[in-house]
Design a protein around this ligand. Structure first.
Ligand code: CUA
Length: 631
């Protein structure tokens, strides 16, 4: 009966979505066809001016979008919504040579894709400090760090031990002490252990992982982990100010079931409530220092069942997805994906409940806090709430996936916990972002809807349709949708930072800064040396020549080419591409890139500058002569 009810609800919800999407799409098509009046011309012009950034002028904000399974980060300007750059991270990117040169290949560790979900900007006292951007790889269980000094990936940590599906990542604690990571998929640990799903409840484990960030240079390392029941951990968020020593992680599948042949959507939706897990990370840190850990898979693993007092479960309706914390750190917002409400938990009440051991019992050893002791409100936002961001006026904005809308409600001031507005988006919004909207001081004015579907709201491009980004002006009493952009696949979440916080972005690497021992600064020193079967080439690039311009070698030789771009002017990029070989790269001015490959194809193979650089760009070429093996 219960299952039948679930199917009924699911079917009704699906029918409602389809009807809604069809109706809205049809309305637009009809309007276009019949030339029916939409918004007035004055209105259109007024809205257009809000996002228009004239040529030569600069945007007010940077938007860093995760690129989903493209494995990259996309940089946009706001309010113009113009795509400015792609920062390659987990995927190969011939446009810069990422994944083709030795350094990036080593960082990628043999994987040429990743699944980026949640970018996290480094924070100091709960404010973005403009130093680093962290990004998770859900698939590979990794975390990458990008320097905002040169917008380049500097480190890829992982695969993290014991972690499969690093989804609830990489959220910073409020002084970037740690990056939170938690497993969407539980597995038997350590990795490599085999146990059948028949033993799921007993032998599979969830893991919450804490990655330490060196405050000086940002170097990441695995600090410790918490072994958890085999629930599916979804999203996370660190506390701030009063709740700064804590972080919060949502979970679904608190049923702790995975049944061969039975869809998880059914088995994981049986309970009315799952959990927001509250972790006192300062406390766990102290226990780890005391040595209260077991080594599993090379990591220090803390068991909250053996050492209670730091990890608690708060019941939250139903299969919650996002968890967010209000700018003052006092309230935790759980978004119940399968319930039409967001649940508001009071942090001070949580502390009291923990102190008084006001528990309804435990679930697989994790104490469950009595919901009524900590829950302050339930806000009827609408269908399929996922994530919440904040503005500077005491309002919160929640994305509604099923309803394809954004709900606005008040979290601070007069109408606390009241809905105040709602606006439709096209279609099926996932994450939502606002300028510095997850910090202690959100800046307000804009909300960005990251929609999963775009359904014919653009010129037809075949079956692979883009997602959409929609910009909502929140400055007035009513929200207003004013712009749609279509990004590369497939942004999940974004961080939006005031542009003037990135003060020292470099455009040219100074010679002193280039520590590569094979950097060559004078074309006169460009040279080729043979050592057995290895041929080393020290190459220079400057407008408008590549030196050496002839490389002679034998079939089967191992070639190592050190390419230095010796330009000292901004934007003077040169490329190095070898015809017929999988070798390409674009060293920035002052940078050296190293390419290693086997000359396995005899013949004459031109190499050339791939990046347009000057009037004599076409002249930047040379020949790789590979003599065939003597038969
Ligand atoms: Cu150098 Cu084109």
């Amino acid at each position: 009966m219960k299952r039948f009810k679930f199917f009924l609800v699911a079917a009704l919800a699906t029918a409602a979505i389809v009807a809604f999407i069809t109706a809205t799409g049809d309305a637009q098509r009809r309007r276009a066809k019949e030339g029916e009046a939409g918004p007035s011309k004055t209105e259109v012009v007024e809205d257009a001016l809000k996002t228009y950034v004239p040529p030569g002028d600069l945007d007010e904000y940077y938007v860093f979008l995760s690129g989903g399974h493209s494995g990259q980060i996309f940089v946009y300007g706001l309010p113009s919504m113009r795509h400015i750059r792609t920062i390659p991270v987990f995927g190969r990117y011939p446009a810069t040579g990422w994944g083709y040169d030795n350094k990036s290949k080593e960082m990628m560790g043999g994987l040429t894709w990743g699944d980026c979900h949640h970018p996290g900007l480094s924070e100091t006292k709960g404010l973005y400090d403009g130093r680093w951007l962290f990004i998770n790889d859900n698939a590979g269980g990794r975390i990458a760090r990008i320097s905002l000094r040169d917008f380049e990936c500097k480190q890829i940590l992982g695969p993290l031990p014991n972690v499969a599906g690093n989804h609830a990542s990489s959220f910073c604690t409020w002084n970037t002490e740690y990056l939170i990571g938690a497993t969407r998929f539980s597995i038997p640990i350590p990795k490599g252990t085999v146990a059948d799903v028949k033993d799921y409840k007993q032998k599979y484990k969830g893991v919450i992982s804490a990655t330490k960030v060196d405050p000086k240079d940002g170097t990441m390392s695995v600090a410790w982990q918490i072994v958890m029941p085999p629930w599916d951990y979804d999203l996370a968020r660190a506390g701030k100010l009063v709740s700064g020593d804590w972080f919060f992680v949502t979970c679904y599948n608190s049923e702790a079931e995975f049944v061969d042949g039975k869809p998880l959507e059914i088995t994981a939706s049986e309970r009315d409530k799952d959990f927001v897990i509250a972790v006192n990370w300062k406390g766990v840190e102290k226990e780890v220092e005391k040595g209260n850990v077991t080594e599993i898979g090379g990591a220090k693993v803390f068991d909250p069942v053996k050492t209670p007092g730091y990890v608690f479960a708060i019941p939250c309706k139903k299969s919650p997805h996002g968890v967010d914390v209000t700018p003052d750190g006092k309230y935790i917002v759980g978004s119940g994906k399968l319930a039409p409400v967001v649940s508001i938990f009071n942090f001070e009440k949580l502390l009291k409940a923990v102190q008084d051991k006001n528990f309804s019992g435990d679930d697989m050893g994790i104490p469950v806090v009595k919901a009524e002791a900590v829950q302050d409100a339930e806000i009827p936002v609408g269908l399929g709430p996922l994530h919440t961001v904040f503005d500077d006026k005491g309002f919160a904005y929640t994305s509604l996936f099923v309803e394809s809308a954004v709900a606005k409600w008040q979290w601070q001031g007069g109408q606390q916990w009241q809905m105040v507005d709602k606006i439709p988006v096209q279609y099926n919004i996932g994450h939502i972002a606002s300028p510095e909207g997850d910090t202690v001081k959100p800046l307000g004015h804009w909300v960005l809807a990251l929609n999963k579907l775009s359904k014919g709201t653009h010129l037809n491009v075949g079956p692979h349709q883009p997602e959409s980004l929609q910009l909502i002006d929140t400055s007035g009493p009513k929200m207003k949708l004013i712009y749609t952009a279509f990004p590369e696949p497939e942004p999940h979440y974004a961080q939006i930072i005031k542009a003037d916080k990135l003060k020292d972005v470099v455009e040219v690497y100074k010679k002193e800064e280039n520590k590569d021992p094979n950097a060559t600064w004078d074309p006169k020193n460009a040279r080729i040396e043979r050592d057995g079967n290895t041929v080393k080439v020290w190459m220079t690039q400057i407008r408008s020549s590549i030196m050496p311009n002839v490389i002679r070698c034998n079939e089967g030789d191992n070639l190592i080419v050190y390419v230095t771009n010796i330009e000292e002017m901004r934007n003077e990029l040169h490329g190095f591409g070898v015809c017929g070989y999988d070798v390409t790269g674009v060293p920035a001015p002052g940078a050296t890139m190293t390419f290693e490959f086997v000359a396995d194809k005899p013949g004459v193979w031109p190499y050339y500058c791939t990046n347009f650089c000057s009037a004599l760009h076409q002249e930047m070429q040379g020949y790789l002569i590979v003599n065939p093996k003597q038969k």
